[in-house]
Each structure stands twice: as C-alpha cells, then as structure tokens.
Design a protein around this ligand. Structure first.
Ligand code: NAD
Length: 255
C-alpha cells in the first residue's frame, strides 16, 4: 500500500518542475491537495506541466525562473505568496550536469555555470523562501543534493562539489531555523530514470551495464520515489527531522 499525504490548504513550490523528479514532485504535491508553483527555465515544458496538473484537478501556476538569477527567484517567491497567500513547502530541485572532464581540462566557465545553478541557486532559493517562512513561523524546505553529495566520482568533480555544498547549506540552515518552526533537509537521489540520466547515457558519461552492476536493486530509481521522500520530509510525519541528507538510492551508498 502506498502512503498518501494530505497537503490540503498548503502551498508548495518546486524548482526545475518541468521535467524529471521536479515534475513528479509537483504532480505529487498537487495530487495531495497542495496549491503548487512550478518554476523552470523551460517555458514550453512548464506550460505543458501546469496544464496537465490543472486538467487533473490540481491547483498550479507556472513561473519562468532561472535559479542562477536572484531577482527571478525573489519574483518567483513573491508571485507564489501573492497568488496563494503563503509558502509551506519548497523543493529546491533545479540542477544541471556539465560535460565529463578531468579537473585539469575543465573550463572555469563550466565550473561557474554549474555552481551558479546547483549550489548558489539553492542558497538563493532558500534565502527568499526562508524570509517568508520565518515570518509565518512554519515551513519545510527540501534541497536536492545527490549521491554525488555523499561520494566522489572521477570526471564530474564540479557536479559533486555542488552537491556536497548543498548538504552544507542544508545542515547550516536547519540549525539557524530549528527553533522557529522551519525544517530544512536534503534528498540525495541515486541514479533516477529522468531526462538528465538519459542524456548522460546518450553522451557516454554513464553506461547502463556499469550502473546496474553497482546498484544493489539492479534497477534505476523512479522520479515518483524521490517525490515520495520529498513529500514525507515536508509532511507532519517528519516533524522531528531536520538537517538530514536522506539517501534515496536503492542502497547504492551502503557499499
Ligand atoms: P531533468 O534534467 O530531468 O530536470 C531538470 C529541470 O531543471 C529541467 O526542467 C530544467 O529545465 C530545469 N532547470 C535547469 N536549469 C535551470 C535553472 N537555471 N533554473 C530553473 N530550472 C532549471 O533532471 P532530473 O534528473 O530530474 O534532476 C533534478 C535534480 O536532481 C537536479 O538537481 C539533479 O542534479 C538531481 N539529481 C538527479 C539524479 C538523477 O539520477 N537523475 C541523481 C541525483 C541528483
């Protein structure tokens, strides 16, 4: 039996919500009764996602937002509060991968680009979400790290650096707000079957045989399995959980 959550009357915000696990999480929040802001850089995909959720009876708006731009983030949070009145849950999920490269050969432009989205973007989203949640005295934030935040891997050091950084931001924010009704956690997805992973497989950055050999469950994860973890971390079922980096990886990091 699948656990279900009741987020009726609550407001959720998801970045990177037009694809992959962000889209699955936005769908799950809407299905559980939350009003949802979906934010993404991809306007066309965002419109499709919002249309799908509202056609299914959910309450959702789409906001075009590049999380590497603080002004756009401020506007996204403001739009959410203007539209729905508050902010109860946020999944700071938007992230990118860059081409595999030895550090010695990597361009500083690639490093800065991935840092601005995957790490500084999470910080800037938290900054504006926490300002609202601090005022409310309630809220739950989940930041998207990765098994790359818990382990190292040759040729994608910059990505892993950003995902380790997300865990440091998460732990520190959790301590800042622990007595003020706001919880902050991270999810660390294993290899999940999303467009990001398909693209890495297509480019030869990953090989399915190697992946399956290293995965205890011998399968990739599904976006809905990350959504389930995010909803739990934002729900009344996890009120004593803060500052954690929860691996949702089919046992990958247990080795
Ligand atoms: P995805 O590529 O399917 O979706 C990412 C979404 O983020 C896209 O809709 C994209 O348009 C959006 N996005 C990209 N840059 C953005 C920006 N600057 N501002 C706003 N939106 C932006 O990827 P996914 O696999 O669902 O990954 C989502 C998150 O999960 C990322 O942070 C990724 O690093 C992380 N992650 C993925 C895996 C995996 O195996 N798929 C594993 C661990 C962590």
């Amino acid at each position: 039996m699948k656990v279900t959550y009741d987020f009726k009357g609550q407001v959720a915000l998801v970045t990177g919500a037009a694809s992959g696990m962000g889209l699955d999480t936005a769908r799950a929040f809407a299905k559980a009764g939350a009003a949802v802001t979906l934010a993404d850089v991809s306007e066309a995909a965002l419109k499709k996602a919002v249309d799908e959720i509202t056609a299914a009876g959910g309450k959702a708006i789409g906001v075009v937002c590049d999380v590497s731009d603080e002004a756009q983030i401020a506007a996204m949070v403001k739009r959410t509060v203007d539209e729905f009145g508050r902010l109860d849950a946020a999944f700071n999920n938007a992230g990118i991968q860059i081409p595999a490269s030895e550090i010695a050969d990597q361009s500083i432009e690639d490093y800065d680009r991935i840092s601005a989205i995957n790490q500084r973007g999470v910080w800037a989203c938290m900054k504006h979400e926490l300002a609202q949640m601090r005022q409310q005295g309630s809220g739950a934030i989940v930041n998207c790290s990765s098994i790359g935040g818990l382990t190292g891997r040759a040729l994608i050091a910059a990505y892993h650096g950003t995902k380790h950084g997300v865990i440091g931001l998460t732990r520190s924010a959790a301590l800042e707000y622990a007595t003020r009704g706001v919880r902050v956690n991270a999810v660390c997805p294993g290899t999940i079957d999303t467009p990001m992973v398909s693209s890495m497989l297509d480019k030869g950055m990953l090989a399915m045989d190697d992946l399956l050999r290293d995965l205890p469950m011998k399968r990739l994860g599904r976006g809905e399995e990350i959504a389930d973890a995010v909803l739990w971390l934002c729900s009344s079922g996890s009120t004593f959980v803060t500052g954690q980096a929860l691996a949702v990886d089919g046992g990958f990091t247990v080795y």
